[in-house]
Design a protein around this ligand. Structure first.
Ligand code: SF4
Ligand code: MSK
Length: 632
């Protein structure tokens, strides 16, 4: 069905929804052809529930659901007697738990794959980064003398799997934090004991009638978040590096223009790289390449989406089609044969979008099935077989593409990615000293870790791009992960030439090193790389992370994982500005604790500021105060 809009109205709607130039023509198509997207569904949800937005509805038990008047009127208690503070705090912990669980469960799967690889039962994998394997083995005090690579990898995997339910009461990677930061965690009682324990205890604490002290509940939230950042997520990053290689600086391409009209297009979407790494290998299979040519295609084209895309970009240089709000638009190009999904951030309605075209959605995880998808379940023991099967399915589906409906807009944008901590150290000549000198000398005023998603409540990519530009203009270096990094890539900020947009001081540093002023550090779990970098800086200066001129930002966040990430940033001592208000404004006490009280507990707190200029003001003020504290 074609819906007729006058060109000006259509242009205005598209303009309001996104700043992504490559997305605009496709977005216009979705509007004209009635292909539903998240923006349409957000509109259909208006007005959204004020109780939900302020966090004061509770549906935990069958005496409810209950809701509290967020303005202090009546009712002010649920049936059980819970007030706004408790209900808001429990809801927040619920979100945080879910996010920490998602990251950590992903981490566990990567570790299990390494275990099966080391035991020889995984198909097609090998241990690629022996250097990192040895480093991590040393941290876990695993003897390596006379041992084979696989024996060491097996011991590391078992050591890490033990961390999920350990009774030794600490997580090994928390020892990477500076002593002063660890001391804060010990004093406040938020040193995480094990990954699963904190998440399970968090679930326990939000059960009806388990405690009524909102602050106590939120402190446990910080402990759970630390178990994610310094536990589940960090293990996911480190083991992915060991298995698939630690990222090095490389160039690639980004936006919907990476799709190719004359090739079989396969999009890899989700978060866990274990299968998609195999799809990359499978796509090089000569027989499949020939089959693609036999079907009339020039070859097989892989493109990433969201964080599976970031993982493949960082290590393999696979181009990336877009971030979270690009997922439906990629399908609406009509050029995608198969979208492979693992889990997280995949719209549940993705198969409805695919059904508008010939595209097949291939689900691969037992825990993330979607009605209407072809399910090709991934297991390490048959990884290559599954990957070959997926690529073959895509090639066969190429025959069903209607080339007259293909709309691939514009040209892809070049970008630089692969800034692991190791790659950053490499660019600096093997030591952090040049970075520390640049910070001390004021050429770099400070650094911001910008993370998180897209959210149709904010013009797509605007939050990330506007804040990044504002920060670099003020000589503040930006490091990014997740959808934030993809947004910057599309806007051209991940290129050394973008240094022209930076302040003179930062510009000179970037030009001397040949790096962009915004560095792509990886996927959502790779926010742990930001923690490691911050820890190394703090250790070099013999201070806690909370004393550094650093900040965090999540301008367009939406997911529960983002709640966990922002919380482990703050719990680690990093002031963090959110562009979307969290669902806590029904409790003044919770807001006060999060925005101010935490400063006395962990040396950092949250702020909410959707306006990028004002957010940059807050961040700069914070960074200048921290510089003053350090006497620089
Ligand atoms: Fe209502 Fe209390 Fe049950 Fe929540 S736990 S639904 S506030 S009675
Ligand atoms: S993919 S969690 S939308 S960053 Fe990691 Fe993007 Fe947020 Fe998902």
């Amino acid at each position: 069905m074609t819906i007729h809009y006058d060109p000006e109205t259509l242009k205005k709607i598209v303009q309001e929804r996104t700043i992504d130039e490559s997305a605009k023509p496709v977005l216009a198509r979705t509007i004209q052809e009635g292909i539903e997207t998240a923006w349409d569904r957000l509109e259909a949800q208006q007005p959204q529930c004020g109780f939900g937005q302020t966090g004061v509805c509770c549906n935990r038990c069958t005496m409810g659901p209950c809701r509290i008047d967020p303005y202090g009127g009546s009712p002010n208690r649920g049936v059980c007697g819970a007030g706004a503070d408790l209900i808001v705090a429990r809801n927040l912990l619920d979100d945080l738990n879910t996010g920490a669980a998602a990251h950590s469960d992903h981490g566990r799967e990567v570790i299990e794959t390494m275990l099966e690889t080391a035991e020889g039962s995984a198909q097609g994998y090998e241990i690629l980064d022996t250097k990192k394997l040895m480093t991590v083995a040393a941290e876990y005090a695993i003897p390596t003398n006379g041992k084979t690579k696989n024996e060491i990898a097996k011991a590391v995997a078992l050591g890490m799997l033990e961390e999920f339910g350990t009774i030794k009461n600490f997580i090994q990677f928390t020892r990477r934090a500076p002593e002063k930061t660890q001391a804060i965690w010990n004093t406040t009682g938020i040193m995480p004991r094990s990954v699963d324990r904190e998440i399970v205890e968090g679930m326990h604490r939000i059960h009806m009638g388990v405690g009524a002290d909102y602050a106590n509940i939120l402190l446990h939230g910080l402990r759970t978040a630390l178990a994610d950042g310094w536990g589940g997520s960090m293990m996911a990053t480190e083991v992915s590096d060991i298995m698939f290689g630690t990222p090095e600086i490389k160039e690639s391409w980004v936006n919907l223009g990476v799709l190719k009209k004359d090739m079989v297009n396969i999009i890899l979407h989700g978060h866990n790289p274990v299968l998609s790494e195999m799809v990359v290998e499978a796509s090089r299979n000569p027989e499949l390449q020939q089959l693609a040519r036999d079907k009339g295609a020039q070859g097989i084209n892989l493109a990433g989406m969201c964080c599976t895309g970031n993982e493949l970009l960082m290590r393999k240089g696979v181009p990336i089609a877009g971030n979270m709000l690009n997922q439906e638009l990629a399908l609406a190009t009509g050029a995608v044969e198969v979208m492979v999904i693992d889990y997280q951030c995949i719209f549940p309605s993705i198969t409805r979008t695919a059904a508008c075209f010939h595209t097949k959605i291939v689900s691969t995880s037992e825990k993330s099935k979607v009605p209407g998808a072809v399910h090709m379940e991934f297991h390490p023991k048959n990884a290559m077989e599954t990957a070959l099967g997926i690529v073959k399915l895509a090639i066969e589906n190429f025959s069903y593409r209607d080339q007259n409906r293909v709309l691939i807009p514009g040209k892809p944008v070049k970008m630089m990615a692969g800034f692991s901590v190791e790659a950053i150290l490499g660019a600096l000549g093997g030591t952090l000293k040049p970075l520390i000198d640049a910070i001390a000398g004021g050429q770099i005023k400070g650094a911001v870790g910008m993370v998180g998603c897209n959210n149709p409540k904010i013009q797509h990519d605007f939050g990330h791009v506007a804040l990044s530009k504002e920060l670099i203009k003020r000589d503040i270096l930006v490091v990014q992960t997740g959808c934030a990094a993809i947004a910057s890539g599309k806007a051209g900020l991940l290129l050394p030439e973008a240094a022209e947009l930076a302040g003179d001081a930062l510009k000179s540093v970037c030009q001397a090193l040949g790096i962009p002023p915004v560095l792509h550090m990886g996927s959502c779990v790779d926010c742990s790389r930001i923690l490691v970098l911050a820890a190394e800086l703090a250790k070099a200066l013999d201070v806690g992370i909370d004393q550094l001129p650093l900040a965090g930002a999540a301008p367009e966040w939406m997911s529960q994982k983002a709640v966990s990430i922002a919380s482990y940033f703050v719990a680690s001592g990093v002031f963090t500005v959110l562009g979307i208000p969290p669902k806590i404004f029904g409790s003044a006490n919770v807001v006060n604790l999060m925005a101010a009280g935490l400063n006395d507990v962990v040396g950092a707190a949250f702020a909410v500021e959707p306006d990028p200029i004002k957010a940059a003001d807050l961040i700069e003020k914070h960074i200048l105060a921290k510089r003053k504290g350090l006497g620089i």
